[in-house]
Design a binder for this molecule. Structure first.
Ligand code: AMP
Length: 311
């Protein structure tokens, strides 16, 4: 078996305030890169985190990540307040409203990738501004390298040009369905997958929330398509970070296979890992469920998911 490869993950590291129809929690660990790095750490090692936190950032959050083997050399400490996101979920938990975004440290952040981690062959551009994604990519030196990226509606609306430049350098784009439709300017999800692949990424995953995900790849492998459901949960406590968890687990699993040029089948298997890992994130606020997830629970759920999906 090949040796697991390192993953480098850049994005937001946040303090989240989350309200659901049932409860409200403040000062939670949030951020796209926090979820992604923690999820990746279940599959590969090391997972290098790149981001910025403020003077008010609770040290226990970083300590928890470090306990999982996430390296923090690339986490800049600023004297300003941390990036803070406040959101509220509506009945059914499928829709949320962002109540407040305090950009703070992210406002004029310039990404610095420490030389010691810049050669990681797997690069994850979790949700951050496309300008920051480009800065990070410019410092990632590995060849070959495999680049995964996420984005959000905000950047599609206000930074489409730099986002298009990011896409030209991405191997696997992971976006949700509304973002895919908006970025590709079509309402048909299959056409969106094709168009997004035409913008650079050889593979595209479109996340469909509680309905799962679709993988688009070159025609010839499995008709260029793989579709799986989400893991059915009886109770969703807080879905924040599910998409970031999906991305991190997907990257971590691919890195664990030891090749920086994964093909369709490997990415399909990674989508399954992402799906199952994301389901755990939904079962507690913040990273509560994936902070101490026994490997046996993960393996058991993968097995149940396999049984549920076969016919
Ligand atoms: P998800 O639920 O997977 O879409 O991810 C939610 C996470 O994204 C939260 O923990 C937020 O802290 C983070 N987030 C929200 N808005 C932004 C933004 N503008 N830039 C970077 N991260 C963000």
């Amino acid at each position: 078996m090949s040796e697991a490869l390192p993953v480098l993950i850049g994005g937001s590291i946040a303090i989240d305030n989350v309200k659901t129809p049932e409860a409200e929690r403040r000062d939670l660990l949030g951020g796209s890169a926090s979820y992604a790095a923690l999820a990746a750490s279940y599959f590969t090692s090391p997972a290098h985190l790149v981001g910025i936190v403020g003077a008010d950032f609770p040290p226990e959050h970083l300590e928890m990540l470090a306990r999982h083997g996430v390296t923090l050399e690339g986490v800049e400490r600023s004297g300003r307040p941390s990036f803070t996101w406040t959101g509220e979920y509506h009945a059914g938990m499928n829709e949320r409203t962002t109540r407040n975004v305090a950009v703070n440290v992210l406002e004029d952040w310039r990404v610095v990738v420490p030389a010691g981690v810049a050669g990681a062959p797997f690069v994850v551009l979790a949700n951050m501004s496309p300008g920051n994604q480009l800065e990070m990519l410019a410092q990632c030196a590995a060849a070959p390298r495999f680049v995964l990226a996420d984005t959000m509606d905000l950047w599609i609306n206000i930074a489409r040009d730099p986002l298009r430049r990011v896409l030209e350098q991405v191997d696997l784009l992971v976006v949700n369905d509304s973002e895919a439709r908006e970025l590709a300017s079509t309402t048909n999800i299959v056409e969106a997958g094709d168009r997004l692949r035409g913008m650079g990424p050889r593979h595209v995953v479109v996340k469909l929330g509680e309905f799962g995900a679709v993988l688009f790849g070159p025609p010839g492998h499995n008709h260029g398509l793989f579709r799986c459901g989400a893991f059915p949960l009886r109770r969703v406590v807080d879905p924040t970070g599910a998409g970031d968890t999906f991305l991190g687990a997907l990257a971590g699993y691919l890195a664990s296979l030891g090749s920086a040029a994964p093909g369709f089948s490997a990415i399909r298997d990674a989508v399954i890992r992402g799906t199952v890992m994301a389901s755990f994130t939904c079962e507690a606020f913040s990273t509560g469920r994936i902070e101490n997830l026994p490997e046996a629970d993960l393996l058991r759920r993968l097995e149940i998911f396999r049984e549920m999906s076969c016919w």
